[in-house]
Design a protein around this ligand. Structure first.
Ligand SMILES: Nc1nc2c(ncn2[C@@H]2O[C@H](COP(=O)(O)OP(=O)(O)OP(=O)(O)O)[C@@H](O)[C@H]2O)c(=O)[nH]1
Ligand SMILES: [Mg+2]
Length: 200
């Protein structure tokens, strides 16, 4: 079994992403996900304990919905210990952000860099970013590429921030820009394929 942790700050779209990965859809009539799906709450308390999800769509893989960083522990180190991030429990990490890389996500990414753990960074809410751009008469492609370039730059700076001299750490990541609710838009198709076929 490959244990994949979907992790990030609170309310970034982690649970939604898991449901899309496992193809659990909101029912048109009830407006709800099926019972087996990851829990998405519109308001109130967030995911508080790691919850495993799997189905035949991703054979041999368990996807873990992790509590939002800072929604549960006050310190990053406490979070890393409590949820066994630095142990062998998880084989791979999918870090979820909905905008820029915030302090919490940055802290986590630095941990992964330190351990030379490859990871996927998933930027959700790209649909909203594009919509905003359109109001400012920006082309979809330009907005998309702008977000991508900024994130690569931020990731590069993060890599340098603990290895400033020659950046000798071997950093491996993939970046995906998605609408967390859509399986066939933006980079989601590639993400689904990569999770299925390309996990290290
Ligand atoms: N427009 C848009 N909405 C999204 C996207 N991803 C998630 N959402 C919405 O964002 C809200 C929060 O999503 P969740 O999946 O609950 O986020 P989470 O990170 O699991 O949140 P916590 O477990 O509470 O920390 C929900 O209303 C989702 O429908 C996206 O890519 N685009
Ligand atoms: Mg959640």
């Amino acid at each position: 079994m490959i244990n994949v942790a979907v992790i990030g700050a609170i309310k970034q779209g982690k649970s939604t992403l898991i449901n899309t990965i496992l193809d659990y859809k909101i029912n048109n009539k009830t407006g709800k996900y099926p019972e087996v799906a990851a829990i998405v709450k519109e308001s109130g308390s967030t995911t508080q304990t790691p919850a495993p999800y799997s189905n035949p769509l991703l054979e041999g893989i368990v996807v873990w919905d992790m509590p939002g960083i800072d929604g549960f522990c006050h310190k990053m180190d406490e979070y890393l210990d409590k949820f066994e991030i630095n142990s062998d429990k998880f084989d791979f990490f999918v870090v979820v952000i909905s905008g820029e890389i915030t302090t919490d996500a940055g802290h986590l990414i630095r941990e992964l860099y330190k351990r030379e753990m490859p990871f996927y960074l998933v930027r959700t809410h790209v649909d909203e970013t594009i919509r905003k751009g359109q109001r400012l008469r920006k082309e979809e492609r330009d907005v998309f590429n702008g977000v991508r370039d900024e994130l690569h730059q931020q990731l590069h700076l993060l890599g340098q921030s603990f290895e400033p001299i020659n950046g000798s750490v071997n950093i491996k990541y993939e970046l995906y820009l998605v609408d967390g609710l859509e399986r066939d838009r933006y980079d989601m198709k590639k993400l689904l394929e990569d999770i299925k076929n390309d996990l290290p």
